[in-house]
Ligand binder design. Structure first.
Ligand code: C2E
Ligand code: CA
Ligand code: CA
Length: 687
């Protein structure tokens, strides 16, 4: 099973123990428990005396560091203890009873081996603070009990030895005591307890042996013990300080890790983390031959929220969306914010398309709920695209691209719904790539042509203008629909050249028409947001000799949403020439009204989706009536497109629409049909 790592250390992580310990700022301060305590009363003084004998239970990092140090030192300690015990027993063998020279040392060594086994088994294992405290107190108590048993045994042996073996016993006990205290240096409580219960009584015992040499050793041991107490304090304090500074470094490193991997608006993992996890997941899935899913989620209409209400509200929507997505994540589902209003998701445990679709539905449903803020209710929906490994791709780039493709497909065909990348998308991509190659090699002037669809004034009962609609006929691929090749040209940056080539043709045609007939020309998003492209367009207009007042440019809302300020600037430059600006496909976007108010527009073109069902749906009728009223109030023109039947024309006429376009009047005409159409067309309108 491929696991996702967490962008933040939290419960259960290895780093978490440290992080948690550090979260408690008190606990990282050296001697936090004793800080600020003034031992005034006798009880206070007694308490202060006891403190060095206690394990510092509040400093988690220290607890775990002591455990780590002991995992190496404790086995050594018991090794020294066992070797010294066996050597001592060997020297007393034959002098003291078997009980003391064989059975007891074996018993003592057995206990030591047992303790070593216990330590070795737990070394390297993650444990809770509570367990570490228990284990450290275990070191203090067990070490002390074993020490006392060892001491009692030595006392018992002592009475059987001659002067030589007795000296040996004294030497062994002294060396053992000092080595054991050395091994326990990192845990002050254990080292001091050993000192008080073993070293001191044994020194006193030696002093009172009435043997001047042993008494001298006793005094020496006592003095050395005093010096060792000092060393224990210094070493244990330095160790604590070192651990605290290491913890601080770890905390800073955790913080850096967090900052580098978490998005600060939503609190979700960020793009960097997402792609890092995608790489890891892919490596693991390849190795384990497992499936996983990459998803891209995008908020529909978010840019409009930003434009209308400002970035602060936009951020709140993102934060809220992030919260909703986080609620859908789990051990096997990670959500991330990839940037802007785009989120990514990785699903490590899925059984196929149906399950992914069900998950996608949940995501879209969660984002469908309006985002409520004081005084504002923002309606945003979410679309999602998914790509399954290994079917959709086997590299992170391809998987992401295909999830993104599926997302764009969802956005284009079924907004607010999920789409899983499929074989048909694969075919589509292949076709698109063929078209893209063909477009790159195309002789645009030769291969491109234009059709012209009349815009009809029903009051004057005559055409007033023509919309230029691009056509591309490729020798091998045949006729390619304009929305397909325009979209490809937009992606490949060919669009600006293409626009200029088409505009040149359109204006050349318009130059042959009567002066009162205007030409309406579609601009792409990429034309509008590029000052260079606009300069090129202006040059083409100037070279054409066509009066700019006869030219209308159609721009869609999406063109304005990309970069509103630049779009505004471009529109203003075109209008300054005398050209008119029309907002195309009106009503299919989100915040149309805000653009209408903020942009210098001449006309609104109501999208044909409202006309299609105008005969059956009151809502469509109401919407058109409202837009017509709005245009009248703002003093701007209104065009309705997509008229196919006389009945639709009659209804729209009653609603106050005058300028119309659609198959009812004429399908787009070839260039050489326009003049004939202008002279022959007689319009019969039914009421
Ligand atoms: P659009 O700007 O909304 O153009 C209107 C589209 O609706 C045209 O499709 C037209 O043939 C079609 N149409 C007109 N009347 C009716 C009707 O009564 N019923 C129906 N069902 N359809 C009708 P076309 O020519 O395929 O163009 C599709 C889209 O391609 C255009 O939509 C426009 O967005 C884009 N496009 C076309 N030519 C150009 C161009 O020169 N430059 C740019 N940037 N985009 C273009
Ligand atoms: Ca148009
Ligand atoms: Ca349109």
């Amino acid at each position: 099973m491929c696991h996702l790592t967490k962008p933040l250390p939290d419960e259960g992580d290895e780093r978490a123990g440290e992080a948690r310990a550090l979260g408690d700022s008190e606990s990282v301060r050296p001697n936090a428990s004793s800080k600020g305590r003034t031992p005034g009363s006798i009880a206070g003084k007694a308490k202060a005396l006891i403190v060095p004998f206690k394990v510092n239970t509040k400093n988690s990092a220290l607890l775990h560091a002591q455990m780590k140090a002991f995992s190496k030192q404790v086995p050594l300690l018991y090794f020294i203890l066992s070797i010294n015990a066996l050597t001592l027993a060997w020297n007393f063998h034959g002098m003291a009873p078997l009980m003391l020279t064989v059975i007891f040392p074996i018993f003592l060594t057995g206990i030591c081996v047992l303790r070593v086994v216990v330590w070795l088994r737990s070394s390297g294992r993650l444990m809770s603070d509570k367990e570490a405290i228990w284990r450290l107190y275990g070191v203090v108590v067990a070490g002390d009990i074993i020490g006392i048993i060892y001491l009692v045994w030595t006392f018992a042996l002592y009475s059987y030895g001659d002067a030589y073996t007795k000296s040996l016993a004294v030497l062994f006990v002294t060396i053992t005591t000092i080595s054991v205290i050395f091994c326990l240096m990192h845990l002050r409580a254990a080292a001091l307890t050993m000192m008080v219960t073993i070293a001191v009584p044994y020194s006193i015992f030696l002093i009172f042996t009435q043997d001047s040499v042993f008494s001298a050793v006793g005094v020496n041991l006592l003095l050395v013990s005093g010096a060792m107490v000092y060393i224990v304090f210094v070493v244990s304090t330095d160790f604590e300080k070192m651990i605290n500074s290491q913890s601080e470094t770890a905390r800073l490193s955790d913080e850096n890790y967090r900052l580098a991997n978490v998005d600060n608006v939503t609190g979700l993992p960020n793009r960097r983390y997402f792609f890092h996890q995608l790489d890891r997941l892919l490596g693991c899935a390849r190795h384990e031959k497992r499936a996983f899913v990459v998803g891209v989620i995008d908020l529909d209409g978010f840019k409009a929220i930003n434009d209308i209400y400002g970035h602060a509200i936009g951020d709140r929507v993102l934060k809220d969306a992030g919260k909703r997505l986080k609620a859908l994540s789990s051990e096997t589902i990670v959500m991330a914010r990839l940037g802007g209003d785009e989120f990514g998701v990785l699903l490590t445990d899925t059984s196929g398309t149906a399950e992914v679709m069900a998950f996608g539905e949940r995501v879209c449903a969660a984002l469908q709920v309006p985002f409520s803020m004081p005084g504002i209710q923002a309606n945003v929906s979410g679309s999602a695209g998914f790509a399954l490994y290994p079917e959709a791709g086997t590299t992170p780039e391809v998987l992401y691209e295909r999830a993104d493709y599926a997302l764009n497909y969802a956005k284009g065909s079924q907004r607010g719904k999920p789409t899983v990348f499929s074989k048909s998308h694969e075919t589509e991509i292949r076709t698109r790539s063929l078209i893209e190659q063909a477009l790159r090699c195309a002789d645009l002037d030769k291969e491109l042509s234009l059709n012209f669809q009349p815009l009809f004034d029903i009051q004057r009962q005559r055409p007033v203008g023509f919309e230029a609609l691009a056509r591309w006929h490729h020798a091998e691929l045949g006729a390619i629909p304009p929305d397909v090749f325009i979209a490809i040209a937009e992606r490949t940056e060919l669009i600006n050249t293409l626009t200029q080539a088409l505009l040149r043709k359109a204006l050349a045609a318009a130059a042959t028409w009567p002066q009162d007939i205007y030409i309406s020309f579609n601009l792409s998003v990429r034309d509008i947001i590029s000052p260079n492209a606009i300069s090129g367009i202006i040059r083409v207009i100037e070279e054409s000799g066509v009066e700019p007042t006869r030219i209308g440019f159609e721009v869609t809302e999406s063109a304005l949403m990309g970069d509103f300020d630049q779009a505004h600037e471009s529109i203003s430059r075109l209008r300054a020439l005398g050209a008119k600006i029309s907002l195309d496909d009106f009503g299919t976007g989100y915040s149309s009204l805000s653009y209408v108010h903020r942009l210098p527009l001449d006309t609104i073109k109501i999208d044909r989706s409202f006309v299609t069902d105008i005969e059956t749906r009151d809502t469509s009728r109401d919407i058109i009536r409202t837009i017509v009223d709005l245009c009248r109030n703002l003093g701007i023109g209104c065009v309705v497109e997509g008229m196919e039947t006389a009945r639709q024309v009659a209804i729209l006429r009653k609603l106050g629409c005058h300028t119309m376009q659609g198959y009812f009047f004429s399908k787009p005409l070839a260039q050489n049909e326009v003049v004939g159409f202008l002279t022959q067309r007689e319009l019969v309108l039914s009421d």
